[in-house]
Each structure stands twice: as C-alpha cells, then as structure tokens.
Design a protein around this ligand. Structure first.
Ligand code: HEC
Length: 144
C-alpha cells in the first residue's frame, strides 16, 4: 500500500495521464481534420474556398448539396444561370441579385417544389461575396 502513495508513483500517474490525454487530444483533432478534408472540395479560387467554409460554418450545407443531388433545398451544382420556376408560377434566372435576395428574404421567391423552411441570413459583405464565388464555381462553365 505504501507504494501506491509514494511520490514516485504519483509522478508516474501524472506522466502517464498527460501522455494519454495528449494522445486523445491529438487523435480526435486528427480524425476531425481527416473528416473535414474529405468533405471539402479543392477549388482553384481562394475566394470560392472561403465561400465553401462560410457555407459549412453557416450551415448552408445541411440543406444544399454541391453534387447535384436534391436536399432540403435545391443543389448548388449548376445553380448559376439556371432557370427556376417559383411557387407563384413565375420564372427567374439565378444571378447575383436573386442570390442575395434568397439570403435575406427567402420567402419572397420560393422555388417551386420546396418547403418554405430556409431561415433568413444576414451575413457580412465579404461572406456573401465568398458564397457567390463558391456557388459560381459549382456551375460549368463558371461565369466570369
Ligand atoms: C433549413 C434548410 C436551409 C438552410 C440552412 C439554407 N437553405 Fe437555402 N434554401 C432552402 C430551401 C428549402 C430552398 C428552396 C425554397 C426557397 O426558395 O426558399 C432554398 C433556396 C435557396 C436559394 C435559391 C436556390 C435556387 O436554386 O433558386 C439560395 C441561393 C439559397 N437557398 C442559399 C442559401 C445559403 C447561402 C445558405 C446559407 C447561408 C442557405 N441557403 C441555407 C433551405 C435552406
């Protein structure tokens, strides 16, 4: 019993404890980065890359896919310049003005066939510019 409480034993506990904690910390960070990387597209434009990050941080990715598959909302693949029919029967073409309006007032122009569930977003100008660059990159050919 005296060994358990000896000062050497306490040091050993401390060292082993720190070693295990750092393993756990670095390990989970590594796995987190690995997962995030595999989900991130690598794009030529730095601004588009930033837009991709904004889309992840703001949660756009939860509802909008980037591979063309349908999510809660329309996919961003090929979105730029695409013609959409709205719930009121009108048609629009996705451009910058429409994109901006979709962010701050999504209910005013609902895409036909989708639920009215998109929250309003009030983002900083540089975040919006980055999102636009990202969305444009997902259309081919990307607009200039
Ligand atoms: C809770 C789900 C949800 C989230 C989160 C969300 N959206 Fe949406 N979004 C939708 C739905 C549903 C629609 C289609 C209905 C409509 O027009 O509002 C839509 C439509 C859009 C449109 C019009 C698309 C088109 O093809 O006409 C744009 C642009 C858009 N969203 C951008 C964004 C951006 C940027 C973000 C993140 C800052 C975001 N959305 C977050 C659900 C979401």
């Amino acid at each position: 019993m005296s060994f358990i409480h000896s000062p050497q034993r306490r040091w050993l506990d401390l060292v082993v404890g720190i070693a295990l904690l750092s393993l756990l910390g670095f390990g989970s960070r590594y796995i987190f980065l690995l997962n995030n990387d595999s989900r991130e597209l690598s794009l030529d434009s730095a601004l588009a890359m930033q837009g991709q990050r904004v889309s992840t941080d703001q949660g756009c990715v939860a509802c909008h896919t980037v591979d063309g598959s349908i999510g809660v909302g329309p996919s961003w693949r090929g979105m730029w310049g695409r013609q959409e029919t709205l719930s009121n029967g009108r048609t629009i073409v996705v451009n910058e003005a429409y994109f901006r309006n979709s962010l701050t007032d999504p209910q005013s122009q609902l895409v036909q066939g989708y639920a009215n569930v998109m929250p309003r977003f009030f983002l900083k100008e540089d975040e919006i510019a980055a999102l636009i660059a990202f969305a444009q990159t997902l259309s081919s050919p990307p607009p200039q």
